[in-house]
Design a protein around this ligand. Structure first.
Ligand SMILES: [Zn+2]
Length: 423
């Protein structure tokens, strides 16, 4: 800062001497020098400067006369209010972190009671938002999808019935994978693969949470083409994260294929792009109130800025190019969002090969592809426009069963490695 002030003073002095035009030119030069990464233009820009968000008061709500309790005092919780409707029903009030926001209300709360009894919970969202996620219940340490017999729908309002007891249960839109849970997973993965995985921090979020990256290669990274994997830009998209886990675990499996692959290629994997949003129980945004998957143009948000700076640094240092970027998400169904431009990319035939080999490897499986170039500043478009690389948004359905996700992750990693080794 001091040196900036000094430079600014000096420039002001030069203005007097040389005039306004030269001052402007010098300021532009200074700005270009300070900004270490190139911004990327998109057809439909999105304003991703930070906006305020609503924080939930962290508390345990007590309906003392009926002996029922609800809490949001844990990472990944989302419960903005809890009110008794009658002796057997309460409304669960859920609000987004800010608006406008996608119609994907995320909720997560803990409930228990003084005495064992059935109790009903009615979900209440702000006007214009509808229930999306089928509740998952965690009791005695295990997650299960709620029995459909305990879900009631009236005029699009959802009520669920739970058998309460003094042992707390968690009700959530998706299984909870907080930043601590994710850290436990990648730390163990890095520890058991110390020869190939370098676990690093690329910096901090606005709220001071760590932004981790797994830097993966065998021998020297010099000249090895780069593949980027990322996930959890959108906090509730846990099924996509499960595919990311299976994908990365397959690459790190001690197999002949992965050994050969890691001798030839370099992977950088971001296991949690938006840890603030994840722990705050946000529906979609980060702590800057922004959809980070619209920030791959100007990098206003620290999560994206620091990831891009890291990627560019790796490329410069190793004198190599980025060839493929996979961004793992969740949506209503399994789908791969691809770019239409392929011919002039680093891997013009990759997508075709990858999809056809997935179909031949997975029984009764048909790839669902939706293709268009990105107009908005999403990662898929950034891979294409900034690096001429193949960018794919790898979406897993909200309801896709875990064993299927794990199979998709494994097969897609194996087929990617084979194709790239034979190119
Ligand atoms: Zn998403």
């Amino acid at each position: 800062m001091l040196s900036y002030i000094y430079i600014n003073q000096t420039l002001k002095y030069i203005v007097k001497q040389l005039g306004e035009k030269i001052y402007c030119f010098l300021i532009i030069l200074l700005f270009v020098n300070c900004s270490s990464v190139k911004t990327v233009s998109f057809k439909s820009p999105v304003d991703t400067t930070s906006k305020p968000i609503l924080y939930q008061p962290k508390t345990t709500y007590k309906l003392l006369d009926v002996g029922v309790f609800a809490s949001n005092e844990f990472d990944g919780a989302r419960l903005n209010g809890f009110k008794k409707i009658n002796d057997s029903t309460a409304s669960v009030i859920i609000n987004p972190e800010n608006q406008p926001i996608n119609n994907s209300p995320y909720y997560a709360f803990k409930v228990w009671s003084n005495t064992s009894k059935p109790f009903y919970f009615t979900f209440k969202y702000p006007i214009g938002f509808k229930h999306r996620y089928v509740p998952k219940i965690k009791s005695s340490g295990t997650w299960a999808v709620i029995d459909s017999l305990n879900v009631f729908k009236k005029d699009s309002i959802i009520t669920i019935k739970l058998n309460l007891s003094s042992e707390p249960q968690i009700v959530a839109a998706q299984e909870i994978q907080s930043s601590n849970d994710v850290k436990k997973w990648y730390s163990e993965l890095a520890l058991s693969n110390t020869k190939v995985v370098n676990l690093k921090s690329i910096g901090k979020t606005q709220m001071g949470r760590d932004l981790p990256v797994l830097d993966i290669y065998k021998g020297s990274p010099k000249g090895k083409e780069l593949i980027v994997l990322l996930t959890r830009q959108h906090p509730p998209e846990v099924t996509g994260y499960y595919a990311f886990q299976s994908f990365l675990e397959t690459i790190l499996k001690d197999s002949a294929l992965s050994n050969e692959f890691l001798n030839s290629y370099h992977i950088i994997a971001f296991p949690i792009m938006n840890p603030d949003g994840v722990d705050l129980g946000n529906w979609r945004h980060n702590s800057g109130g922004v959809d980070t998957n619209r920030d791959w143009s100007m990098y206003h948000q620290s999560e994206i800025k620091q990831s891009v700076v890291f990627i560019e640094k790796v490329l410069r240092k190793n004198k190599t190019e980025l060839i493929l970027g996979l961004d793992f998400h969740s949506t209503w169904y399994d789908v791969f969002y691809t770019n239409t431009d392929r011919e002039n990319t680093t891997l013009p035939n990759f997508i075709e090969h990858w999809f056809s080999s997935l179909e031949s490897r997975i029984p009764d499986y048909k790839v669902n592809e939706a293709s268009s170039n990105s107009d908005k500043p999403v990662s898929k478009g950034w891979f294409l426009y900034a690096h001429n690389a193949v960018g794919i948004t790898y979406e897993i359905g909200d309801k896709t069963p875990k064993d299927k996700i794990s199979l998709f992750g494994k097969e897609s990693a194996e087929q990617m490695m084979s194709i790239l080794l034979n190119k």
